[in-house]
Design a protein around this ligand. Structure first.
Ligand code: NAG
Ligand code: NAG
Length: 309
């Protein structure tokens, strides 16, 4: 094993040398819709500012295995970005070289996952609380997506059928709207877990498992708002102001998230300000989160001045 490691290290060192005489190549993922190229001024905010797991590919554009992985990684990010952040760092770029070293990158491509803890400690820097692991499963799009689905944090609480009536009636004006997923699966779905991450702090998430038809009848009888012919999975919101509202659209992340924006403000995901900033960084409009804040502040000030004129 040691011999192999030494060999790999030499191999990469040789390649790194070879790269010096080659013309500079552009970043791989500039135009990939769901993969963000990171550098030292964006890495922390994107990775350590999220309750999503982030997968990061450390690569060099000249490396053959990286070129092989690129289409698979892009294919993985397409469905995968619903469950995890997909990122990449070009270790061939001058500004990233030291950072790649600090992450102990020894060969290209290296895929690392940064997984947030279930709860954060105030006493420790956030960056030290993420579990960093090398992704060593299959480097195929399906393998990567499967692994990322398995790393979604779960904030949803399990509800028992017995407690359903109380659950439905115990919302008052001081409580957050509650979201309930009714499913026939023993495990909570990654899609639902991710919604709980997106709406953390403004909605509370619960899930209820139905085991057979008689339990289904019990649920239907307890919730008059759901259709007579309701199918599992079904989703309802118990709102302090509007009562029980059943979701009637497709059971996919984006339309469900859009529906939930009627009841809460997402901190992450499709409809969040954070997502706008990340998209802005991807497009080169902002250099970093800090840059975004500066520009937003300036725009606000200019608008105020315009109003005064
Ligand atoms: C992530 O969760 C923590 C609490 O566990 C919360 O303080 C923080 O605001 C969340 N971050 C985001 C970006 O939603
Ligand atoms: C339905 O499932 C529940 C929980 O497993 C069980 O207690 C109950 O007896 C089942 N009912 C029928 C009719 O199978």
């Amino acid at each position: 094993m040691l011999v192999l490691n030494i060999f790999v290290a030499l191999f990469c060192a040789v390649l790194a040398d070879a790269s010096r005489s080659q013309p500079k190549r552009p970043a791989f993922y500039k135009d990939s819709k769901h993969i963000i190229e990171l550098n030292p001024s964006t890495f922390s905010d994107v990775v350590y500012g999220s309750n999503y797991t982030t997968i990061v590919e450390f690569y060099a554009p000249w490396c053959g295995y990286c070129q092989q992985l690129k289409p698979e990684y892009e294919k993985a990010a397409k469905p995968g970005h619903h469950y995890a952040q997909f990122a990449a760092v070009n270790c061939d770029e001058e500004q990233n070289k030291q950072f790649c070293q600090s992450q102990r990158i020894e060969g290209f491509p290296t895929l690392l996952t940064y997984r947030p803890p279930k709860t954060f400690l105030d006493s420790t820097p956030r960056s030290q609380q993420y579990a960093v692991q090398t992704y060593e499963n299959e480097r195929t799009s399906s393998g990567i997506v499967r692994a990322m689905k398995g790393m979604v944090k779960s904030y949803s609480k399990k509800l028992s059928l017995l407690k359903l009536p109380k659950f439905l009636s115990s919302v008052d004006s001081n409580s957050l709207p509650k979201v309930l997923m009714i499913t026939d699966k023993a495990q909570n779905s990654p899609m639902y877990k991710v919604l709980a991450v997106d709406f953390k702090g403004s909605l509370e998430f619960f899930h209820l498992t139905i085991n057979n038809d008689s339990e289904k009848v019990l649920v239907r009888d307890s919730i008059p708002e759901i259709a007579e012919s309701f199918e599992v999975p079904s989703l309802v919101v118990v709102s302090p102001t509007d009562g029980v509202i059943a979701y009637e659209g497709e059971m996919k992340k984006t339309p469900v998230a859009e529906f939930l924006t009627r009841f809460g403000v997402p901190v992450e995901g499709d409809f969040s300000e954070r997502n706008e900033i990340i998209q802005g960084i991807k497009k080169g409009i902002y250099k970093s989160f800090k840059d975004y804040k500066k520009k937003a502040k300036k725009a606000k000030k200019e608008n105020l001045e315009k109003d005064e004129l």
